[in-house]
Write a protein that binds this ligand. Structure first.
Ligand SMILES: [Zn+2]
Length: 229
């Protein structure tokens, strides 16, 4: 059998303009969090990325004097599970002491996560999309993030409140709203069990929308019944 071969005249040492040099920081979208990767520790079932904060934070917010670098502390954040392998950020954070008033503070990591959060902002968004759009369970999210069920549940509900529920424009363009049970969506049985829904179902409510058209009169007996927004 004849085999066709295609000869490409290309110097492998010359980079194609389409591709940038491989960069773990941008690949993991840590540049969006104000972090840069310093090292990686890969295991079959998890990955740890050593990071540091890019921006220095050496000016005192109390008196405006310059701070002197004092020491460092570490913070661990669950990150988006790349390739479904739990990925943890081990962030080294510099601490400063003010040369004027003596105040001590840490580098600002608010771009990466909320002050006492255990999940990065990227992980929060990943988990919320997984729950709302891909219908993953909280247990599956927690497993992928390598955090406890409670941690995942609390974090996702808080993010859902912030992004979905508290958004004053969330109903813009929405014509119909429905609620589906996580157990048996869009069935009569689902309607009966929908009373077990918690804030999770509330978060989903804003996404279960239908295109413009006539609305079905609202009832409480069927999940296919819709309520006009
Ligand atoms: Zn000061």
């Amino acid at each position: 059998m004849e085999v066709l071969t295609l000869t490409i005249q290309k110097d492998l040492d010359v980079l194609d303009a389409t591709f940038a040099a491989p960069d773990l920081t941008t690949f993991c979208r840590l540049d969006e969090l104000g972090l840069v990767v310093l090292g990686q520790h890969l295991q079959p079932d998890r990955a740890v990325l050593a990071c540091r904060v890019v921006e220095p934070d050496r000016w005192c917010r109390e008196c405006g004097c310059e701070g002197r670098a004092r020491d460092t502390v570490s913070r661990r954040l669950a990150h988006e599970p790349l390739g479904w392998r739990p990925t943890t950020l081990l962030i080294t954070i510099r601490r400063y002491k003010c040369t004027g008033c003596g105040r001590v503070w840490r580098q600002d990591t608010s771009r990466a996560a909320e002050p006492r959060a255990k999940l990065s902002r990227t992980a929060l968004r990943w988990a919320l999309v997984g729950l709302v759009c891909q219908h993953l369970t909280v247990a599956r999210l927690a497993e992928a993030l390598a955090v406890s069920w409670t941690t995942a549940n609390d974090a996702v509900l808080a993010e859902g409140q912030r992004v979905l529920i508290k958004d004053p424009d969330r109903f813009d363009g929405v014509k119909v709203i429905g609620v589906a049970s996580p157990a048996t969506p869009w069935t009569a049985a689902g309607a009966a069990s929908s009373r077990t829904c918690t804030g999770t179902a509330a978060a989903r409510t804003t996404l279960f929308t239908a295109p413009a058209g006539p609305c079905t009169p609202a009832t409480t007996s069927s999940p296919s019944a819709n309520t006009s927004a």
